[in-house]
Design a protein around this ligand. Structure first.
Ligand code: MLC
Ligand code: AMP
Length: 495
């Protein structure tokens, strides 16, 4: 059989498991037939609103099954899905709209005017309610795509410059999904607790595709609430989360060995799971969290084994079909055990950044090796251990913050002479964003944070803004962030 496109792969599951529950919410159950039928009819509505194959459909919506149907309907039309964090502000959104030139923005009712301002005449605007109110019996036929065609664009920020739209192809998403359902032993009997946002790789592709490709059921929760997750566990089998989920579960006394006894698998990723949390989780529940490593540009790269040693502090060997090597700054591969930059190759690696051929070229080595910017080593057992990042990136609660973006806004202010934004250890978020600034006048920390919040999504706003007389510099005059990270390492330390 030829390689299916993503919609064909999903449609095969939706047909095969038609009578099974695909998604369970507090209000109703959706069978796979319900999903397929809604996607087919919503696709007709999208087509009437001007969506054609290859065009971008922007989605900035609350988490709902209707939003999942929008994703499926977009794929059915052969269009490109472009999900965005609900927390993004007007200036952030203006960039994405200008860069990706979507034909349709699906947004919250409260954001209509905003999208009208930034979108101009070429952008159609609708809420999910608008679109669903237009559903009729008419459906749109499936537009088949080639494996190398783009299915989705997900924006990731950059160390310098503007966010980049990672183009994920049908092959990327189908191959990674197939690999994961085999590797993590998904079956139609599984039930996955879904408490992640659906605008990132983790909640949208890893979690939903594992369930949908295997005909499993999703227990769909609007956001991560430890009590709701614990309440769902007796009838669930799998949880996928960022480390903050596991930290918060352990902080809840209701999370006991009994509460977790029906579960077969806890997966963690998107940020480092500390060895301490891994061990505390095992001591509490008897389960060893299965940590895996991935990236927007590559999908999932490595995973600890389902059977076999799940090593605390390691992200496991490369997934089947995925190749990983450790390289020096010059791209020369390093022997096992040596620390270098992690490079990845395989059918999971993205097609490049949307309309940025030069940026794309600079992040690949010859032969298709993608430079992740993560630092790591491969041990004698073939397991990857991540030891840090070469890229100047902060990961807070599984969400990425690039210091340059925050520093640029701070540097623009009259009351700030210069600023350095760093990540420091945080007991809940893993890392927290902190700004260390040299003021050029009176500086009111709360006012600065409030101003930043107007331009930045909440998770990017520094938790603390610390005024200092002088920022430490090396002999080249460059700010020494390492010194600052050490100085403020205990800022959020728990007693
Ligand atoms: C929310 N806030 C955060 C935050 N999330 N601040 C720092 N870091 C975060 N991660 C801010 C909000 O803006 C708000 O600020 C305040 O905290 C409370 O918001 P909230 O919505 O109540 O927060 P909460 O529900 O507690 O969310 C925390 C969280 C959530 C950890 C549950 O962020 C989450 O679900 N994270 C998962 C992200 C994810 O899916 N990452 C995968 C990326 S894919 P204010 O000021 O507005 O009040 C990837 C590849 C891979 O990395 O390998 O998977
Ligand atoms: P994103 O750009 O949101 O896709 O984030 C990808 C980055 O998240 C990777 O480059 C890593 O730095 C980080 N990451 C993902 N999974 C893990 C993990 N298990 N351990 C450590 N870092 C991780």
């Amino acid at each position: 059989m030829s390689e299916p496109d993503l919609y064909a792969r999903l449609a095969a599951s939706m047909a095969r498991f038609a009578d099974k529950v695909a998604i369970e919410t507090a209000d109703r159950d959706w069978t796979y037939r319900d999903l397929e039928s809604a996607a087919a009819r919503l696709a007709a509505v999208l087509r009437n609103r001007g969506v054609t194959p290859g065009e971008r459909v922007l989605a900035q919506t609350d988490k709902s099954v209707e939003a999942v149907v929008l994703y499926l309907a977009t794929l059915r039309l052969g269009a490109i899905y472009l999900p965005l964090n609900i927390d993004y502000t007007e200036s952030e959104l203006a960039y994405f709209v200008a860069d990706a030139t979507p034909v349709l923005a699906v947004c919250r009712n409260a954001s209509r005017d905003l999208f009208r301002r930034i979108g101009g005449n070429a952008l159609a605007i609708a809420t999910l309610d608008d679109l669903f109110a237009d559903l009729t019996d008419a459906d749109a036929s499936v537009f088949a795509r080639q494996p190398g065609d783009v299915a989705a664009i997900l924006y990731t920020s950059g160390t310098t410059g503007k966010p980049k739209g990672a183009m994920l192809t049908h092959r990327n998403l189908v191959s990674n999904g197939e690999t994961l359902i085999d590797f993590w032993r998904f079956t139609p009997d599984d039930r996955l607790i879904h408490a992640l946002p659906i605008f990132h790789v983790h909640g949208l592709f890893v979690a939903l595709h594992c369930a949908f490709f295997s005909g499993a059921a999703v227990i769909f929760q609007p956001r991560f609430d430890p009590q709701a997750v614990i309440a769902a566990m007796p009838r669930a089998k799998v949880l996928m989360g960022v480390p903050t989920f596991y930290i918060r579960l352990l902080n809840d006394p209701a999370f006991t060995r009994e509460a977790a006894s029906a579960m077969r698998l806890f997966v963690s990723g998107s940020a480092p799971l500390s060895a301490d949390i891994h061990r505390a989780f095992e001591a509490r529940t008897g389960h060893r969290v299965l940590e895996r490593y991935g990236m927007t540009e590559t999908g999932m790269i490595t995973s600890n084994p389902y059977e076999g040693a799940r090593k605390a502090g390691f992200v496991g060997p490369p997934l089947p079909g995925v190749s990983v090597r450790i390289a020096g700054e010059d791209g020369a591969p390093l022997p096992d055990g040596e620390v270098g930059i992690v490079e990845v190759n395989g059918p999971n690696v993205f097609a490049g950044y949307w309309q940025m051929p030069e940026k794309t070229a600079s992040e690949f080595r010859p032969g298709g090796w993608f430079i992740t910017g993560d630092m790591g080593l491969i041990d004698a057992d073939g397991y990857v251990q991540l030891v840090g990042r070469e890229k100047d990136l902060i990961i807070s609660g599984g969400l990425n913050v690039y210091p340059a973006e925050v520093e640029a806004l701070l540097d623009d202010r009259d009351d700030v002479a210069e600023a350095a934004v760093i990540g420091v250890p945080h007991p809940d978020f893993g890392e927290a964003v902190v700004a260390v600034v040299r003021p050029s006048g009176r500086l009111d920390e709360d006012a600065v944070r409030a101003d930043l919040r107007r331009d930045l999504a909440g998770f990017k706003v520094p938790r603390r803004i610390i005024a200092v007389d002088e920022l430490p510099r090396n002999t080249m005059g460059k700010i020494q962030k390492k010194v600052l990270r050490e100085r403020y390492a205990d800022l959020f330390a728990q007693d």
